[in-house]
Ligand binder design. Sequence first.
Ligand code: BTN
Length: 336
Amino acid sequence: MLIAICQLSTNTLAFKYHNSMNVKTEVLHYLMDNIGSFISGTALSESFNCSRMAISKAVASLQSEGFPIDVSKRLGYKLNAGADVLSTASLLKELEDSNIDVYCYNEIDSTNKKAKELSLNGIKPPFVVVANRQTGGRGRLGRAFSSPEGGLYFSLVLSGKDIINPDLLTTSASLAVSRALERLSGIKTDIKWVNDLYLNGKKVVGILSEGLVNIEEGGLSEVVIGIGVNLNVNPEQYPEEVRAIATSFYPDGSAPFSRSKAIAECVNEVIKIQNEDFLDEYREKCFILGQSLYVLRNGNKREALALSIDDFGHLVVKYEDNTIEALSSGEVSLKL
Ligand code: BTN
């Protein structure tokens, strides 16, 4: 199978576990459901029909992944309240689609890059690659994406067959992430066409969608939707040039929900929205409509008025000479 990689825009198109329960996953889920309370080893071993030794091993393995679990000979095991450990097991607990595989890394260059590598090595979608931090996070137009600890960095790989309208994938993903994070946090974000989310005038989420094209058979074989969310990041953690344009949902690191919950909700919503008509909601959230802006292209910038989003997700603009253009991809910047 010959595969090529392309960046999707509106005009084009560790450790790994399968999402099946094992003792470790079961124990984690049980402790998460009873967070802050001790559960006896006997209760766990009876629930999962295994030896107390198997439970003890599962707990040791979870502790080695960073889960703060207290062990008491008398009382059993307790996952400490407030634990926010990103792991395959904690994500599996929250994902609605039980067929999704999860690949979880502590540090990685780029989850999009890893997702494409896994695809090219024959791993079948759907799967998600997540990381605590990225050392070579990638943004649109070849830019870097600063990815310190505290943010969410994940790439969802779906089969091209599951994408009804590839032209609108990026558009739909931004609305899905906005919905999911608003539901969890109560914080409203605005969309800057095509797919950046903004909070208080600064960028808080970036999305990079890429497609794998099967050259022999033609068409998209897989899509990679890479999502970076500044969740619990203190702006001090960013390089100075990023600090001026980026913000974070919870700069003091106090998100009242776990990163696993947030990632899973975004993934659930991105999958769900593929079957919806969502453009009107997208238009309502798109804060640049009616605004004067610059259209940036090949190093040039041209002044224009943002008129509307058409049914293909294109941004319709009117230039100073009254000509009208529907932009299918690219970059716009607001006139200050
Ligand atoms: C942009 O704002 O230009 C897009 C940023 C996309 C960043 C995410 S973080 C997870 C995934 N892995 C990457 O290397 N990039 C995307």
